[in-house]
Design a binder for this molecule. Sequence first.
Ligand code: CUA
Length: 151
Amino acid sequence: KYEKIWLFFGIGSLFVFLAVLGVGAFAQGTQPPSCLTTIDPEKVDQTPPFDKPGLVKTGDNEYQLNIVASAFAYTPNQVEIPKGAKVTINVATKDVIHGFQIAGTNVNMMVEPGYVSSYTQTFDKVGEYVILCNEYCGAGHHLMTAKVKVV
Ligand code: CUA
């Protein structure tokens, strides 16, 4: 008789545990891991540094690359980066969720409305790298690309 109560209690706590785990994973999944700060998505292109997107020199061999994502393009669309530069990339979106992946590098971010996604990458190899959107964002998703040239 008592065994049944304990069994019920055991299974019950297992479900509670799974529920907590599930909610936790979901809640964290909706936050970009690389979130720096929040931004008003409608005013992205009026808010510094996104009012002047592009590459900015911030120090000796250090740069900041600010990019605005919108359906279905990145601004700027092409960037030249000197070889060996350490670049902090900040990306914000004006509309929906986009991806920001630089093929052949470790850069792979999710760009969510209201947040600035940030990642620092050193570009050691000369070449052309394609920037891709890897979050489905609408009819033009597959056309959403840009280019990084390391020179
Ligand atoms: Cu932007 Cu897919």
